[in-house]
Design a protein around this ligand. Structure first.
Ligand SMILES: Cc1cc2nc3c(=O)[nH]c(=O)nc-3n(C[C@H](O)[C@H](O)[C@H](O)COP(=O)(O)O)c2cc1C
Length: 210
């Protein structure tokens, strides 16, 4: 057995706890979220505390912090409009995606400032990022306070429409050989997808095949 270091979580400071939890849960997919403000301007920001929660109906969760100066625009917009898109990030989009994590004044659109092309969504008001391979059109289900020291909120969104580039779609599914979203590690570090390996568990005859 390998030697281990044991660290009690309740004795940790805010920054130390962040380093350990965000370093342990990697790679994290990046939800590049597009939302609209009260003037119809489009706000873009990345969030890697992101997961799919259910599939029938499909729901996703994103944990959003309160922001250092004021409530993050994404949370404010989603609470106001009740809809948003989650867009995938390919290696070519890493630079622009990282730029959209900077704090912009509320009225200033990251999309316009960084020349990121948008396209209309099919079923909601918030647009999608035109060059993303996969966009999830979401309506807000609930905002759940997570009761931590930094007052994070879990935003639960229901996916009402999938927008998938035909080049990454095969038959009835997204092709993992073609769909290559990056994963976040922490700070400026990202995983670039590598090998896809097939490992089959012994089939259980009681379960339907998906
Ligand atoms: C790759 C990446 C992932 C991030 N993940 C999160 C996250 O999960 N939760 C969060 O609150 N902030 C996260 N951030 C920080 C936000 O993107 C940042 O606070 C941004 O300014 C919010 O923008 P807004 O005010 O336009 O909503 C992340 C930043 C980067 C670069």
């Amino acid at each position: 057995m390998s030697e281990h270091i044991s660290i009690a979580a309740d004795g940790l400071g805010n920054a130390e706890a962040y380093k350990l939890i965000s370093g342990a849960v990697i790679p994290r997919p990046v939800a590049w979220v597009a939302s609209t403000n009260e003037d119809g301007g489009v706000n873009l920001a990345p969030f890697s505390s992101f997961i799919f929660l259910t599939y029938d109906p499909p729901k996703i969760g994103i944990s959003i912090g309160p922001g250092t100066v004021r409530l993050k625009d994404t949370l404010r917009n989603i609470e106001r409009t009740g809809n948003f898109t989650v867009n995938s990030v390919s290696v070519d989009q890493l630079g622009p995606m990282a730029e959209t994590s900077r704090v912009y004044p509320p009225g200033e659109s990251e999309a316009a400032h960084l020349d990121i092309a948008l396209a209309p969504s099919a079923r909601i008001e918030a647009p999608r990022i035109a060059d993303s391979d996969v966009s999830l059109e979401c309506v807000l289900e609930r905002v759940v306070p997570l009761e931590d020291r930094d007052a994070h909120r879990l935003v639960i969104g229901r996916v009402v429409n999938f927008q998938i580039a035909s080049r990454v779609f095969q038959g009835d599914r997204i092709d993992p050989a073609m769909y290559r979203p990056v994963g976040r590690i922490g700070g400026p570090l990202y995983f670039i997808p590598g090998e896809v390996r097939r490992v089959q568990a012994t089939p259980d005859p009681r379960l339907p095949t998906k």
